[in-house]
Write a protein that binds this ligand. Structure first.
Ligand code: FE
Length: 202
């Protein structure tokens, strides 16, 4: 693990980062043709995307999660889900080496407070891509179905947010639900495929 990753991990996972040390302009490279080719359609007219909404961390966040993208531990009777997407700046530039920390309830709607089941973090790749393999979290009292995230670009602010599942009846009554944080869900009944792109100030 290099120093930058180690530093980022400590900063996010301990929640002690000083905000905006480098400033957004200081770390953003200029667009190249290659980068332009990777822009999403929403950014082609030059406008800025809205930053991904923040949401509550809730009471179950736990620091020092292991670095891993596969959170599935046998045996599990939860429905498998692959969650992938990209981390992008508000001008749709891919952001590499962004820390993504995921935690969620298990197939019984419980969080692991004594260990790290269904907790892990990874870093986005050179194209801003990320991928987790895990299970569909079960519902628990008072909440609709959701994933929790903390996300931090190197030197950037921490974004704490949640992602939601389309078509959940409790989306209508959960006061934390936001339609902007809905994942796109596909795949099969046995293996769900979820997609979400994060846009962050970086
Ligand atoms: Fe939760």
């Amino acid at each position: 693990m290099d120093n930058r990753r180690s530093w980022s991990r400590r900063a996010v996972l301990k929640g002690t980062l000083a905000v905006g040390a480098l400033g957004p302009a200081g770390v953003r490279p200029k667009l190249s043709l290659a980068a332009d080719a990777a822009l999403t359609p929403a950014c082609r007219d030059g406008h800025q995307e809205q930053a991904t909404l923040a949401s509550a961390a809730g009471p179950y966040f736990k620091p020092d999660s292991p670095e891993r993208g596969d959170l599935v531990e046998a045996p599990s009777d939860g429905r498998l889900i692959t969650l992938r997407g990209r981390v992008l700046s508000r001008s749709c530039q891919p952001l590499a080496n962004v820390l993504l920390d995921l935690w969620h309830a298990d197939q019984n709607g419980l969080y692991d407070d004594s260990g790290f089941r269904y907790r892990g973090h990874i870093f986005s790749d050179a194209r801003g891509g990320y991928q987790f393999r895990t299970i569909e979290p079960a519902l628990y009292p008072g909440r609709t179905r959701h994933f929790h995230f903390k996300i931090q670009a190197p030197g950037g602010q921490i974004l704490t947010t949640q992602l939601f599942f389309p078509g959940e009846p409790r989306n209508q009554i959960d006061r934390l639900f936001r339609p902007q944080l809905l994942m796109t869900i596909g795949g099969t009944p046995e293996l769900l495929s979820a997609q979400f792109d994060f846009f962050i100030d970086a």
